[in-house]
Design a binder for this molecule. Structure first.
Ligand code: C2E
Ligand code: MG
Ligand code: MG
Length: 757
C-alpha cells in the first residue's frame, strides 16, 4: 500500500497531542506566575499589618511612658512607676521586633530603627532621671530636667518619627492589597480566557476531524453502494487522511478489476450463447427430423413409466418389509435402530434390542414342509407383535430370526418383561396342517450404552441369544462381555472355512434353468456347497456370510468362477446346442468392490476357452446399491468383456428403477417370493406381472426363480416369461448329475418333477 504526501490519522493525532501538551505547559506557567505574584503581595500585606501594629504599640507605649511620668509628678502614687516600667518594656519589645523584621526583610532600614531604639533609650533615660528627682521630692530639679535636658524635644521627635512610620506602613499595606487584588483579577482573567480558548479549540478540532475523516468515508460508501448497484464506473476521490485516500485507490482498483471481469464474463457468455444457439438450432433440426421416431419412443417410455409408477410404491414397501410376515426387514430395522440411537443419545433415554431365534425350527420345516414352516413364521410374527407397544419395531431378519427394537426404555426391567411375555406367548401350542406344534424361542437382550452403534447392538443381542440357547432353549439372556467367548464357535467355523478352501472341501452344484416355451435346458446356475467333514453338506446360507465377513469370499468366488467356466466349457463341447449352454455365477458385494474382479473374469474365460456370452454374472440389487456409482462403473467394465449380467433376487433390494435403467444388465431374475404367489389371484401375482412387463419394456430377459408348482409354470408361460428355475425342474445337483441330465434330455424338453394342481 502506498502512502502519498497526505497526513495520516496517526500523524494528525501525534500533532494534536504535542499541541495539547504545549498549551497545558503555557497554562501551568501562567497560573504559577500569577500565584507567585499573589503570594508576594499577600506576604507584603501581612508584614505591613504586623509592622504597623508594632509601630502603633511603640507609639502608644511612648505616650504612656510620658503620661505616667506626668501622673507620678502630679499624684506621687508609686503605682505609676510600675505602669511606666511596663510601658517602657512594651515600647522596647515593639521596637526590637521591628528592628528584627528590618534585618530580615529590609536591611537598609535596620540602622534607622537602631537610631529609633537609641532615641527611645535616651528618652526613657531622661524620664527616669525625672522620676528619680520626683521620688527624692526635688520637684524643681525634676521640672528642670524635663524642660531643659531636651527630653521634650526628643519625645516629640520620637513620636513624630513613629507616626510617620505608621503612615508609611499603611501606604505599604494599601499597595500590597492593591497588588493582591490585581493578581487575583489577572488569575481569573487568565483562567476564563484559557478555558474559553480550550473549548473553542476542541470544538474546532472535533469539527475538522469529523469532516476530514467523515467526508471521504461518506463518499467512499456512496461509491461502493453505486458499484454494488452495478455502476462500475463510479470513482472515489482521494481525500482526507492517507489511510482513507488509499482506501479510495483500492476501491477504484477493485471497480476497475470488476469491470475487467464482467467484460470477460460477458464475452464468455456471448460466445457460449452463440455456441449454444448454434447447438440448439442444430438439435432442433435433428429433432424435427426424428419426430416419428420420438413419438414411438415416447409411447414406450410412457408405458414404462406407468408400469414403474404402479410398481415403485409396492417395491419400496417390499424393499423394507419381509414379504412373508410383513414385519420390517433387516434394512428397515437397522435404519430404525440407527435413528433410535441418535434420538436416545439426544434424550439420554435408553433402548433395547431383542434378538429372537426359534428353537428347532428346521425340524418343523423338514417334517411338515415349507408351507407349514411359512405359516408358523407368520403366526410367530403376529404373536411377537402382540407383546409390543405402538412405538416399538418388530423385524424378521431372515429364516427364523426376529429382532425387536424397544425405544424409550425406562429401565432394563421393561426389556425383561417384554422378553418374558414373548417366551410365554410363543409357548402356546399352534395348529399346523392338522398337527399341534410347540414352538419355543431363545431371546438375547442388549441394552444401548452411550457409545452403542446399531451393528454392535444387534451383534450383542445375537451373542446374548446364542448364550441363552446354549444354556438351554426357551430362555432369554442379557448381554455380558463374557459371552463373547462363546461366540468362539462362530470363529471356529471361520477358521474351518479357511482350511476347507485349502483342502478342497468346497464343491459346486448346478441348478438348470429352462426355456419356458420349449422347456429345454438353457443353462445352469453354479451354487457353492461345503462338504463339511463332520456336519455334512452345508448350504451357502450357513457359510457365505462368514466368507463375506472374513474376505474369504474373494478366494471362494474366484475358485467357483474358474471351476464353473471349465465345467461349462466341457459340457458345451460334449453336448453342443444352439445357443450353447450358459453358466450363471453369483458375484458377491466384496467381489464387486475388489479391484481385481475384471481381470479374474477375463482370466477364467481365457483359460477355460468359454465364449464370454455364455457366462452370466448374477448380482443382487441391494449389493449394487451399496455403492451404486462404483458398481455401475465396474459393471460396464465387465460388460466390455462380452459377458452378460443378471440382477438376482429382483424386487427384494433397494428397487430404485431409475438406477435399474443405468445398470447395463441383460437379465432380471424375479425373486422366489413373488413367484410363490403367482398361482393365486393377489398382490404377488400383480407385482410379478408388473416386473415381467417392466423387463419386457426394458428389453431384458426374464427368469422366474423358485418355480415349484405347475400352476406357477402355466401362469408364467401365459405371461411370456422367458425362463424359469426351480425345484419343479431340478434342485441344485452335482456336476455328474448335470452331465447325466444333459445326456438324458439330449436337447429335448426337461421332465417336470412334480405335477401338482
Ligand atoms: P440365489 O443366487 O438366488 O440362488 C437361488 C437359491 O434358491 C439357491 O439356494 C437354490 O438352491 C434355491 N432354489 C432354487 N430353486 C428353488 C425352489 O424351487 N424352491 C426353493 N425353496 N429354493 C430354490 P442356495 O444354493 O442355498 O443359495 C443361496 C444363495 O447363496 C444364492 O441365492 C446366492 O445368493 C448365494 N450363493 C450360492 N452360491 C454362491 C457363490 O458361489 N458365490 C456367491 N457369492 N454367492 C453364492
Ligand atoms: Mg443366483
Ligand atoms: Mg436368487
Amino acid at each position: 500500500m502506498k502512502f502519498g504526501h497526505r497526513l495520516s490519522v496517526r500523524a494528525a493525532t501525534a500533532i494534536l497531542v504535542v499541541s495539547v501538551l504545549a498549551a497545558t505547559g503555557f497554562i501551568v506557567a501562567t497560573t504559577r506566575a500569577s500565584a507567585n505574584r499573589h503570594q508576594t503581595a499577600s506576604r507584603e500585606a501581612t508584614r505591613a499589618i504586623n509592622n504597623s501594629g508594632h509601630y502603633e504599640d511603640a507609639l502608644g507605649s511612648v505616650y504612656d511612658e510620658w503620661i505616667t511620668v506626668i501622673a507620678y509628678f502630679l499624684q506621687k502614687d508609686p503605682a505609676f512607676l510600675d505602669r511606666f516600667a511596663a510601658s517602657r518594656n512594651r515600647a522596647d519589645t515593639a521596637l526590637t521586633a521591628l528592628r528584627d523584621d528590618a534585618v530580615l526583610h529590609d536591611p537598609a532600614d535596620a540602622p534607622r530603627l537602631d537610631a529609633l531604639i537609641q532615641m527611645h533609650s535616651q528618652f526613657s533615660g531622661g524620664d527616669q532621671e525625672v522620676i528619680a528627682a520626683i521620688s527624692s521630692g526635688d520637684l524643681a530639679s525634676a521640672i528642670n530636667i524635663a524642660t531643659n535636658s531636651g527630653l521634650i524635644d526628643r519625645s516629640e521627635q520620637l513620636l513624630a518619627d513613629l507616626g510617620g512610620r505608621i503612615t508609611d506602613q499603611r501606604a505599604a499595606l494599601r499597595t500590597a492589597q492593591d497588588d493582591q487584588q490585581a493578581a487575583e483579577a489577572s488569575t481569573l482573567r487568565w483562567s476564563l480566557g484559557i478555558g474559553a480558548m480550550s473549548a473553542l479549540m476542541m470544538l474546532a478540532i472535533g469539527l475538522a476531524a469529523f469532516e476530514w475523516i467523515g467526508r471521504p468515508l461518506r463518499r467512499a460508501s456512496a461509491v461502493t453502494r453505486a458499484i454494488a448497484a452495478g455502476d462500475l464506473t463510479a470513482q472515489v476521490e482521494r481525500s482526507g487522511p492517507a489511510e482513507l485516500a488509499n482506501l479510495a485507490t483500492d476501491v477504484n482498483s477493485m471497480a476497475a478489476a470488476l469491470i475487467h471481469r464482467s467484460e470477460e464474463l460477458n464475452a464468455y457468455l456471448a460466445k457460449n450463447l452463440e455456441a449454444r444457439t448454434a447447438d440448439l438450432e442444430r438439435a432442433n433440426g435433428e429433432l424435427a427430423r426424428e419426430v416419428d421416431v420420438r413419438k414411438r419412443a415416447e409411447e414406450t417410455l410412457a408405458r414404462a413409466l406407468e408400469v414403474e409408477h404402479e410398481l415403485e410404491e409396492h417395491l419400496r414397501h417390499q424393499a423394507f418389509h419381509d414379504p412373508l410376515t410383513d414385519l420390517a426387514n433387516r434394512v428397515r430395522f437397522m435404519d430404525r435402530l440407527e435413528h433410535g440411537l441418535q434420538h436416545a443419545s439426544r434424550r439420554a433415554a435408553g433402548l433395547a434390542v431383542l434378538f429372537i431365534d426359534l428353537d428347532d425350527f428346521k425340524s418343523v420345516n423338514d417334517s411338515l414342509g415349507h408351507p407349514a414352516g411359512d405359516q408358523l413364521l407368520i403366526a410367530v410374527a403376529a404373536r411377537l407383535q402382540s407383546c409390543l407397544r405402538p412405538g416399538d419395531t418388530a423385524a424378521r431378519l431372515g429364516g427364523d430370526e426376529f429382532a425387536i427394537l424397544l425405544e424409550e426404555l425406562g429401565d432394563t426391567d421393561h426389556a425383561i418383561s417384554v422378553a418374558t411375555r414373548m417366551i410365554d406367548v410363543l409357548r402356546v401350542p399352534m395348529e399346523l396342517s392338522g398337527t399341534e406344534v410347540f414352538v419355543r424361542g431363545s431371546i438375547g437382550i442388549a441394552i444401548s450404552t452411550a457409545v452403542s452403534t446399531a451393528d454392535e447392538l444387534l451383534r450383542r443381542a445375537d451373542v446374548a441369544m446364542y448364550s441363552a440357547k446354549s444354556d438351554g432353549k426357551g430362555q432369554f439372556a442379557i448381554y455380558r462381555a463374557s459371552m463373547e467367548t462363546s461366540m468362539l464357535g462362530h470363529l471356529q467355523l471361520a477358521g474351518e472355512l479357511q482350511r476347507a478352501v485349502e483342502r478342497g472341501e468346497l464343491v459346486v452344484h448346478y441348478q438348470p434353468s429352462v426355456v419356458l416355451s420349449s422347456q429345454k435346458i438353457a443353462g445352469v446356475e453354479a451354487l457353492v456347497r461345503w462338504q463339511h467333514p463332520t456336519r455334512g453338506l452345508l448350504l451357502p446360507g450357513e457359510f457365505i456370510h462368514i466368507a463375506e465377513e472374513t474376505g474369504l469370499i474373494v478366494t471362494i468366488g474366484r475358485w467357483v468362477l474358474r471351476e464353473s467356466c471349465f465345467q461349462a466349457r466341457s459340457w458345451q463341447t460334449e453336448y453342443p446346442s444352439d445357443p450353447p449352454l450358459t453358466i450363471a455365477v453369483n458375484v458377491s458385494a466384496r467381489q464387486i468392490h475388489q479391484p481385481g474382479l475384471v481381470e479374474v473374469v477375463a482370466e477364467a474365460l481365457r483359460d477355460s476357452g468359454l465364449p464370454p456370452n455364455s457366462l452370466i454374472l448374477e448380482i443382487t440389487e441391494s449389493l449394487v446399491m451399496q455403492n451404486a456409482e462404483l458398481a455401475i462403473e465396474r459393471l460396464h467394465e465387465l460388460k466390455a468383456l462380452g459377458v452378460r449380467l443378471a440382477i438376482d433376487d429382483f424386487g427384494t433390494g433397494y428397487s430404485s428403477l431409475s438406477y435399474l435403467r443405468r445398470f447395463p444388465v441383460d437379465i432380471l431374475k424375479i425373486d422366489k417370493s413373488f413367484v410363490d404367489g403367482v398361482g393365486e389371484h393377489g398382490k404377488e401375482r400383480e407385482l410379478a406381472q408388473s416386473i415381467i412387463e417392466l423387463g419386457q419394456t426394458l428389453n431384458l430377459e426374464i427368469v422366474a426363480e423358485g418355480v415349484e408348482r405347475a400352476d406357477q409354470l402355466g401362469w408364467l408361460k401365459s405371461r411370456n416369461c422367458d425362463l424359469a428355475q426351480g425345484f419343479l425342474f431340478a434342485q441344485a445337483i452335482s456336476a455328474d448329475s448335470i452331465r447325466a441330465l444333459l445326456s438324458e434330455t439330449a436337447g429335448g424338453a426337461m421332465p417336470v418333477e412334480e405335477q401338482s394342481a
